[in-house]
Design a protein around this ligand. Structure first.
Ligand SMILES: C[S@@+](CC[C@H](N)C(=O)[O-])C[C@H]1O[C@@H](n2cnc3c(N)ncnc32)[C@H](O)[C@@H]1O
Length: 226
């Protein structure tokens, strides 16, 4: 949020994450139903913003987060609101997590892969496949390098200095190679998050590869080995 352009587009980091939450809720009826019995992992959760904003809407779900940085996880615990059960947070060992195999209905990985070296990204997808139950969903949110505003902001954001942006096609192909099924790509954030009223544009233009972000969703095939 230190970037003046980013601050112009949205008033807080939460506002950017909220767009993704609304996108998830629109796509998945099982989340709209309150998440009863669901287990959802936020891989590379950072300070757990997505989990914090999802928690009030998914009262029936078990929420988990993992990150490679203990500092991020400490901060996630510190800022978690009182009165809402804390998510189960765990530190990763490289791409690996301590999450049980086949135990998650959803894994969301948001704004993480562009920090993962290209040659290590396959390990991340494979770990997510391991923790998903058969038929479970992976949702990859990423910055869209085809959007010029995204490229401008990323180039000027200090924490993105190591970023190697990836196109939706890269994610799609990698998930296909690992045997995921039902792979779909949608684009979002055609309007600045602070102009919430324009979000309906996404229903019209979600196919157009120009949104500031994209989401690739897929399902772990039932017949894949863990
Ligand atoms: C831009 S933050 C995104 C945090 C969170 N997903 C969100 O959307 O608010 C990127 C996160 O990815 C984590 N990260 C970086 N490299 C990683 C890796 N190889 N595996 C897992 N997490 C990683 C960082 O520690 C950081 O918390």
């Amino acid at each position: 949020m230190d970037s003046p352009i980013k601050a112009l587009l949205g008033s807080s980091a939460d506002q950017f994450v909220d767009v993704k939450i609304r996108w998830l809720m629109n796509r998945f009826a099982s989340l709209r139903a309150g998440g009863a019995g669901l287990r959802l992992l936020d891989y590379g959760c950072g300070t757990a913003t997505l989990l914090r904003l999802l928690a009030p809407q998914l009262r029936g779900a078990a929420l988990l987060g993992c990150d490679i940085s203990t500092g991020m996880l400490d901060e996630a615990r510190r800022v978690w609101p009182a009165g809402i059960d804390q998510p189960e947070l765990s530190v990763q060992d490289g791409a690996s997590t301590s999450v049980a195999a086949g135990s998650c209905d959803f894994v969301v990985i948001s704004a993480v892969l562009h920090h993962v070296p290209v040659e290590l990204r396959r390990d991340v997808y494979a770990e997510i496949r391991r923790v998903l139950r058969p038929g479970g969903h992976i949702v990859v949110f990423e910055h869209n390098p085809l959007n010029p505003v995204t490229r401008y902001v990323v180039a000027r954001t200090p924490i993105d200095q190591n970023a190697i942006l990836l196109r939706a096609r890269e994610v799609h192909d990698a998930l296909g190679d690992l045997g995921f099924g039902n792979i779909r790509t949608g684009y979002l954030m055609f309007a600045p998050p602070r102009l919430h009223a324009l979000e309906g544009l996404e229903r019209l233009f979600g196919w157009l590869p120009l949104g500031a972000q994209y989401a690739v969703t897929a399902q772990r095939s039932p017949d894949l080995p863990a």
